[in-house]
Each structure stands twice: as C-alpha cells, then as structure tokens.
Ligand binder design. Structure first.
Ligand SMILES: [Zn+2]
Length: 297
C-alpha cells in the first residue's frame, strides 16, 4: 500500500515540476500548510494574519498513515512553506520540497524511538530513529515556535517583525505551560505512565516520568506477550490508571486495566484537534496526570 502511494506521489511531483513560484492563497497571503493539528495551532499562532494556514489532516483523523490525494500533493508543492515532523507521516515526508518545508524535529533535541522486544524495526510505523511526538513537551514546542518565526520571516521578509513578535509571544505561552507541568508533576506518588500508543515519550523525558506504552503504532494490535509484560510492570509499579486516547479504541487498555485492577483515563496525544486548543488540552492532560499519578503540590 505504501509503495503504491509513494509511486503515485513521485509521478505527481514529476508532473508538477516547473510550476514555479510559491503560491499565494486567494487572500494574497502566503499559503502555509501544517501537516497535523499541533503544527496547525503553532503555525496559526506564529503566522497570525500574515499567512493563510491549511492542514493536511482533517479533524478526527489519526495522522499516522495519512495518504495524500492529488490535490494535496500539488498544494504542498506550491505552498510557501509546509510545516511537518519527519517520521510522523511517511506520505508527507515524501511529498515536501526541501527548500519550502520546515521539519520541526530539526529545531529540538530528539529522543530515541521506543523499541519493544518483539517485532523489531518492521513492527513500527515511524521511519526515523527518533521518537517524532515532540509536541507533547511544551518546552520543545517553544523552540519550534522560535525557529518557525525565523522561517516565516525569511519566506515573507515584508512581515518579518510580525512573525518574530508572534513567535516570541507563543514561545512565552509555551514556556509558562512548561512551568505549570514542571510544578504540577514535581511531587507525585507514581512516576509511571502506562499508555495505549507510545506518544508521551517527550512529556515523560521532560518531567521525569517513565512511559510504558502498550503499542508503538496506534493502528497495530499488541501481542498477548506484550500485554502481559506491561501488566507485570503496572502491578510492580502499583499503577492506578491506564491511559487511553480518543482516536484509538480503548479495548486493549480496558482489558489491561481490569487485569491489574486499575481504571482508565483519556490522555490526549493531540494528534488531532481537541475541543479547545493546544494549551487548554495540555492543561486538561496535566489535570488527568496529577490525579492519576497522585501528585500533591
Ligand atoms: Zn503517534
């Protein structure tokens, strides 16, 4: 399936060659494409009224395994800038033009991808050696905001100051969120996060928690061996809550929770648009985490 998609993408790219200048949207503003929700939010904050932002991943769609249509590949080729994270969506990685794209992973210190004993490299979807879920650490997303401001300023020099000002403001808001997380997770009974799909590595890394994910890929079924391995950890660490997410069936997490006498709670990996925005959804995550981990301060 993926090979067919890539071949189709390559053919489209070839036929789109020579389409020339970066496209302006109907509004006359630079067209900027964000690959999926957290990047869309960030691009809207930093781009403000000076850009026209569209996203490749519709609300409610799990972004991993996104396939691109003809129209979207052409839009990527023509956009002033495409903001993405290499390793989240292979179809986007293939479609972007190097000089008109911004890979947010280049703006932060990445952490290695999670590896389970079973399956090896073929078992997971991310085709890079690092964990791509970097938006779940607000301090890293702040660094991305700053770099994005510089990239937009370079692409549209007439509005450079606006991009830089909004990037600084966005980085400031993310820095404040980071402080809330650091304080809110500083004194907790448990440090172990048992999650459905392994999306919270950066959050764990930043705030001194340990993530134990049932699967690496939200679409894959974990093996019974993996489930019993996680159950063993959950019992040993006296885990009270198994985290699930809204776009993935909670079935496996529920089975695991009943095996170890825990409950389940939704922790949003923000791979799709939440009911509020990035900041409010992350604050909801913090509230969920504090209750599940028994945090007191
Ligand atoms: Zn993911």
């Amino acid at each position: 399936m993926r090979v067919a998609t890539l071949l189709a993408g390559a053919a489209l790219l070839a036929s789109a060659c020579g389409s020339g200048q970066a496209e302006s949207s109907a509004s006359g503003k630079p067209a900027v494409i964000a690959a999926f929700y957290p990047l869309q939010w960030l691009t809207e904050q930093v781009g403000g009224q000076d850009v026209q932002v569209t996203t490749l991943t519709a609300p409610g769609v799990e972004p991993h395994d996104l396939e691109l249509g003809v129209k979207q590949v052409t839009e990527i080729q023509d956009a002033a800038l495409t903001v993405y994270i290499k390793g989240v969506q292979p179809a986007v990685d293939e479609a972007v033009a190097e000089d008109r794209s911004f890979d947010a992973a280049t703006a932060v210190k990445t952490i290695p991808a999670g590896h389970h004993e079973e399956g090896g490299e073929e078992a997971h979807d991310h085709e890079v050696s690092y964990d791509p879920h970097l938006w779940l650490d607000p301090s890293r997303l702040a660094a991305v905001a700053t770099r994005l401001g510089e990239r937009l300023a370079a692409a549209d020099p007439a509005h450079a100051q606006g991009y830089k000002d909004r990037a600084a403001r966005t980085a400031g808001a993310l820095g404040a969120l980071d402080q809330e997380f650091a304080k809110g997770l500083s004194t907790c009974t448990s440090k172990t996060l048992v999650t459905g799909h392994e999306a919270f590595g950066y959050l764990a890394d930043r705030y001194g928690l340990k993530q134990v994910g049932i699967t690496l890929d939200p679409e894959s079924e974990p093996s019974p061996a993996r489930i019993s391995e996680v159950a063993k950890v959950a019992r040993a660490e006296k885990v009270t809550t198994i985290f699930t997410e809204s776009l993935v069936s909670p079935k496996v997490a529920e089975v695991l929770a009943s095996q170890v006498g825990a409950k389940t709670a939704v922790l949003d990996p923000l791979e799709s648009k939440p009911s509020g925005d990035y900041l409010s959804a992350m604050r909801d995550n913090l509230t969920t985490l504090r209750s599940a981990l028994g945090c007191t301060t």
